[in-house]
Design a protein around this ligand. Sequence first.
Ligand code: FAD
Ligand code: NAI
Length: 478
Amino acid sequence: MSKHFDVLVVGGGPGGYVAAIRAAQLGFNVACCESNAYADPKGEPRLGGTCLNVGCIPSKALLHTSHLFEETGHSFAEQGISVGTATIDVGKMLARKNGIVKQLTSGIKGLFKKNKVTLLNGHGSFVGRKGSADSEVWQIKVGDDLIEAKQVIVATGSKARHLPGVPVDNEIVCDNIGALDIDSVPKKLAVIGAGVIGLEMGSVWRRLGAEVTILEALPDFLSLADGDVAKEAAKVFAKQGLKIILGIEIGDVKVSQKGVSIDYTDKEGTEHKLDADRMIVSIGRIANTDGLDADKVGLKLNDRGQIEVDSHCRTNLPGVWAVGDVVAGPMLAHKAMEEGVMVAEMMAGQAGHCNFDTIPWVIYTSPEIAWVGKTEQQLKAAGISYRVGKIPFAANGRALGMGDPTGFVKMLACAETDRILGVHVIGANASELISEGVVAMEFGAASEDLARICHAHPTLSEVVHEAALACDKRPLHF
Ligand code: FAD
Ligand code: NAI
């Protein structure tokens, strides 16, 4: 049976479902197909992709629970609260997390109904193109159906990269999927890769009592972040008991029913063995083009296996677009969503836009780490002269009141124009504070603009204000 749509979106993650909703809002007849690796018990496709099912949302639920658990054991007593010895019911923690996932994924189905997006259950793969020049359509096989659509948005996302020769069973050796479902606190947990997942998931299980060792190949810690932030984070994580070993090379990994034994070589070339009950492999993700039959229609991939697109997410094929993790750029849900909206608006003849220079990054550890724009090392490398305003949370009444004065806000402004070039936050609520930096940069603000804006007292945002003042060497509270 063949079905016809104006737009077919392949993949129902943040890039895909948002593109589908926006395209429907703009008057297109839209379908979205989802093959769904995370099928629910009824076998219905679950929308939300990696983000909602096995990424952003479940990880943040576990980070919250484990944070509360740690607070109970540590900072409650400092504030005169005694609750005895805290215990953790891992099963209940996971059930709560699963409940949130279910609520949100079914919420998107509701949004599809509201916006009249047709949900198709099945894996999408290109078949070909049919018709004459002005009425050409793409043919895509979804399950047993042949779908015809004038435009196609590929939003098939990414999957975890695994260590060669070390199969992931999501019991002993876990990628992100198993890491979010570990059913008891391991005594010893090995994490491969000190990137975003390694730090977030390592933090969860450390807070709950596991002895966590993270093995990282690169010699520098968090090289994506501003150097000062990375230095502060390394110091704080070490104090928390998160053991991070840099510059290693993984050798043999032996897996048994009881656990793993990992041979690795350190920076100096000395060989070591790390034994652990479980292991999380978080060494990056790869674009997902499995079974898409991209080659059948000549859809061009780059040398990293990502779909090649221009700055407006156009592929090399007419009427075929690609967004999110399957294309180059940061693998972030909000970047995928921005691209989804941009493409839908471009299809409608609007001036779709996505500012890749102001995409914020957040790492949800404690303290949280967030940034937007350039790091100090990037400015130095580009030969751009800048001024720095850096203010610690320890100088802020609200942070002290919250019992969370770790970290700082660092603002970088152009030495000539004063335009804000980067904002870097390590501290409580950095994930929320960074929005001020994003808005300021989107409006092309100078540090002086932020310095002249009244910030509520007492709030953590006063530290952003003070950092802006400090760019002009006139902080008031530091
Ligand atoms: P995906 O979310 O991967 O969705 C792609 C969908 O397409 C999937 O549902 C898949 O089943 C489907 N699909 C694939 N091939 C086909 C096909 N041929 N036919 C039909 N369907 C198909 N990002 C953040 O911004 N903040 C965070 O806090 C954050 N935390 C994360 C935590 C973890 C543990 C992980 C793993 C990732 C996290 N991310 C986070 C990254 C974020 O999840 C991704 O950037 C985002 O999900 C990408 O969206 P997407 O739509 O491009 O792809
Ligand atoms: P990552 O790219 O953040 O980190 C991977 C780390 O593994 C790197 O530091 C890399 O040097 C290291 N590595 C690679 N190969 C290795 C090896 N063989 N041995 C030891 N170390 C090795 O990737 P990660 O953590 O898997 O996350 C994937 C992506 O998911 C992130 O880049 C991010 O885009 C997204 N994500 C975003 C989150 C957020 O926004 N808060 C949370 C989690 C994931």
